[in-house]
Design a protein around this ligand. Sequence first.
Ligand code: MD6
Ligand code: FE
Length: 217
Amino acid sequence: MSDNGTLWPLETPSQEGLADGVVLLRNFCGSDAASLLQEIDTIAAVAPFRQLTVPGGHTMSVAMTNTGTFGWTSDRAGYRYTTNDPLSDRPWQPMPRSFLALAELAATEAGFAPFTPNACLINRYAVGAKLSLHQDKDELDYTHPIVSVSLGLPATFLLGSLQRSDTPRRIRIESGDVMVWGGPARLIYHGVAPIRPGSHPLTGSFRINLTFRCVMH
Ligand code: MD6
Ligand code: FE
């Protein structure tokens, strides 16, 4: 099955090295998009998307939920991984096999095998939502890569460097694209520019991003 509507050009899978340790797999999972989104609906029915508060006190524009042994969360006390959803105090739901298989395959394709994630952060962006420049550094073990899957509305990904002050490169990311990120790039600054208005055949006015991580335990 294809997620290709008339307005959405069909791209052949291809691989781009964006920086040392950053590989973009274009349209790697376009044909899985509908079934991935169905799994996400099932997950969000139990662990709903929520806009978290950061330690500084502001509310994130991106709404989040998780699947896997660990889930990322934030509140006034800080950022951390938890085994239970703070909203329900029940464990996050097990990661669907299809998610695990996709993450493993993408990591292998990018040269980061073996990779067995135990956390999947699910981000939902409405139009205007953004993610400020940050490093992913709550995982404790940086030998593992991160696999990032984009679905729905396109985004401008901000790809920085190890120094926050460097101006990030702007990279257009579309539904089905998978970015794999590790080794020398594991701690680079990155973010997502405000999502532009639009409509995608599978997600309407949203962008969804999955980031698969291996959290130390
Ligand atoms: C997003 N992604 O694309 C947010 N982090 O919605 C991330 O913050 C991210 O895509 C680390 C590695 C890849 C990513
Ligand atoms: Fe990140």
